[in-house]
Ligand binder design. Sequence first.
Ligand code: 0O2
Length: 267
Amino acid sequence: MEILLWREILDPYYLAVDELVLKFKHIMLEYRSAGEYSPIEQVDGRVKKISSILEKAQKKGISVEEMDHKIHDIAGIRIICQFVEDIEKVVELIRKREDMKILKEKDFINNMKQSGYRSYHVIIEYTVYTSKGAKTIEAEIQIRTLAMNFWATIEHSLQYKYKGNIPQPVRQRLTKAAAATVMLDSEMSAVRDVIMDAQDSFQYKANLVADILTNMQNLYKVANKREIKKIQDEFFKIYNEGVIEGLERFNKELDILAEGYKAQSLK
Ligand code: 0O2
């Protein structure tokens, strides 16, 4: 097959990966800007390399013409979560969407692979619109925790290094490491509420400071320099005190001040 034709075949997959990554990142940002905990921690995507597609096709006895329907992970999205509990939430988010149709789900968390691999896979059908028209492709979304991802990344590199024949002693270590990640995930889940509380207040404070800075920037355009300097000094003083109520009060005062300037300008 010509290289040009590969480009044509893979183009919709590149578009799908870009769109899907953007959509999941946006969900993550929506949670965070609302000051809420996001079940999505990181999102990544890739289009499978031509050499890997050919390798998989050969291994599974798939002809290049059939690969569109028989290789499900030409477009691959990886969603990383902090806690095992978040994985179900992400799957639920996907189930509710109208732009992604779930074809298959594979639960390698409750059914860990013999290798020690754990992850939740969702195969979706997704439509992209290129200059040539609409094209519906399949994409694989892998959802896993940070710990599961750590293990899978290391194991994947070793598979590559040893060309699929990882020596027994290394294999044994990987099995032990897989058991350790199960334990790590379960320990983290046990303190999930405490960790989430800490992260929520961190996010709340970050949003509050961002609000204050936006307010100050807007006031900069209308207030006089001396007043701005006073506001700025006050902000640093309150910020250094580190009391959240102080920052909330200060932000409200800025809101009132801004309202006053707005009313004046309308006169
Ligand atoms: P790569 O290089 O990551 O793209 P099918 O049987 O046809 O429904 P498939 O795709 O053959 O499905 O197998 P499966 O088991 O669903 O695995 C799909 C992907 O999951 C793999 O893609 C890996 O990314 C990941 N995966 C599955 N098992 C393991 C494992 O034991 N270790 C690691 N590190 N990853 C795994 P590829 O194409 O194999 O690899």
